[in-house]
Design a protein around this ligand. Structure first.
Ligand code: C2O
Ligand code: CU
Length: 458
């Protein structure tokens, strides 16, 4: 075994080796799920919150009794949560204390091209830079992660990801669960060797440990009341299909923020990079109840109802009106495939691997467009998630059939099954011009080239 075992390795493409190794055993539900640290601004001005984060290596205990070297934002695994406020600018001052180049992309953020974390716009070792995020969009659960081309998958896998929540004061009147009852939950997976180190470079299907806010299959003590959970799938290549054993979950938000109206769900699917805001009302269960959140590959976490608590939160029947999209005037087609004929498989968008010198699409600012996203990897049944920078889209249909409940609301990332064509409509209504990425968000695939760029022009 041992393809790229510890060191900076190759990417796990569709032909990656399977080693048959399993991670050291741990007791499910033994760890308590930590709430992620909310990063405190170092300064606030009248209209800006200024944050500082170092990118650095650290060794932490993830599996009990084992030490795991990870890459961190600010020493945390996953990175701390940044809670921005709609209408207030964020300046994020990043210091790179790693030996290699890194950068940061605010996934789902409407930001200028210069601040978008372009794959070749890197922060060298020992250098720093400031990213500016205007937060002129509505409230939403976003995340930030490394986007250094060719190494993003490994960097994110090793820990360079964190959540970024835009709190929107315009949503306060809804009365949704808030404060300590608004809990971000980052899901991902990992594989460990027998020393506790992360295994990188082998088939992602072998990652046998689910991490929830950085802990393996933890429990989370809850009160008998409603909670808002912001689920984010930060796995580089993984679909989570979650259920609470048939119990009701109320979906109120997706990638792009609140849905028009809540949806009752008993099962939700989150592909890599997708987010969903879910309300669970634990008042429906007695003290002592334990609810396991399941995935077909095994339990993910457990909610333990341990105490009473006052609850004046509610989930209103209507949440918000989505911004209106003008009728589309442009149709485009995008295919995602692999070229498996070369020694290292090449990820392709429209038959070509990423080239930062090539503009793949020119888009007029203000345009409303329909993109047909086709997954051509039918032979080996490879799934993809498609992500577009800068804008949000609406899922129109899947192979001509109505979208699923998982497609509800405004999205920036969408799951595409092998052979499937998903049509989405996007409105390029942002003020910004310049080059932005669109790519498969299985980061092993984008690292291998399944990425392209659009240039927004006046
Ligand atoms: Cu999550 Cu191009 O990004
Ligand atoms: Cu892909």
């Amino acid at each position: 075994p041992g393809v790229g075992h510890h060191g900076p390795g190759r990417n796990a493409g569709p032909r990656a080796a399977r080693t048959g190794m399993t991670s050291p055993a741990f007791t499910p539900f033994a760890a308590r799920m930590p709430e992620s640290r909310v990063l405190a601004p170092v300064t606030r001005t009248s209209d800006t919150d200024i944050y500082q984060l170092s990118v650095r290596a650290k060794t932490i205990e993830i599996l009990p009794g084992y030490q795991t070297p990870v890459l961190t934002y600010g020493g945390d695994f996953p990175g701390p949560t940044i809670r921005a406020r709609a209408g207030r600018r964020v300046k994020l001052n990043l210091r790179n204390q790693l030996p290699q180049d890194v950068n940061v992309h605010l996934h789902g953020g409407h930001v200028s091209a210069a601040n978008d974390g372009y794959p070749t716009d890197l922060i060298p070792s020992s250098a720093g830079r400031v990213y500016e995020y205007p937060n002129t969009q509505q409230g939403a659960t976003l995340w930030y992660h490394d986007h250094s081309h060719g190494t993003e998958a490994e960097h994110v896998y090793r820990g360079l990801h964190g959540l970024y929540v835009i709190d929107d004061p315009g949503e306060n009147h809804l009365g949704l669960p808030c404060g300590r009852y608004d809990v971000p939950i980052t899901l991902r997976d990992a594989q460990f060797d027998d020393t506790g180190a992360f295994v990188w470079g082998v088939h992602p299907g072998e990652r046998d440990v689910t991490l929830v806010n950085g802990k393996p299959v933890p429990h989370y003590p809850v009160a008998r009341r409603k909670y808002r959970f912001r689920f984010a799938n930060a796995a580089t290549e993984r679909v989570f299909q979650l259920d609470l054993g048939g119990a009701e979950m109320i979906q109120i938000g997706s990638d792009g923020g609140l849905l028009p109206a809540p949806i009752q769900r008993t099962e939700i699917t989150l592909g890599s990079a997708e987010r969903m805001d879910i309300v669970i009302d634990f008042a429906r269960y007695p003290l002592g109840a334990k609810l396991v959140l399941n995935d077909p590959r095994g339990p993910v976490m457990r909610f333990d109802v341990t105490r009473e608590a006052f609850d004046n939160s509610r989930v209103p029947d209507t949440l918000r009106a989505l911004p209106v999209m003008p009728p589309a005037t442009v149709d485009r087609h995008v295919s995602m495939t692999f070229d498996l004929s070369s020694e290292v498989p090449l990820g392709l968008m429209d038959g070509k691997p990423f080239d930062h010198n090539r503009v793949d699409m020119r888009i007029k600012r203000g345009a409303s467009e329909i993109w047909s996203l086709y997954n051509g990897d039918t032979e080996f049944g490879i799934t993809h998630t498609f992500h577009m920078h800068l804008v949000q889209f609406t899922v129109l249909d899947r192979d001509g059939k109505p979208p699923t409940l998982d497609d509800a609301g405004r999205k920036d990332t969408v799951f595409v099954a092998p052979g499937e064509t998903v049509r989405v409509q996007a409105h390029f209504d942002s003020e910004f011009l310049g080059k932005y990425m669109y790519h498969c968000h299985y980061m092993e695939h984008s690292s291998l080239g399944m990425m392209a760029q659009m240039e927004i022009v006046p």
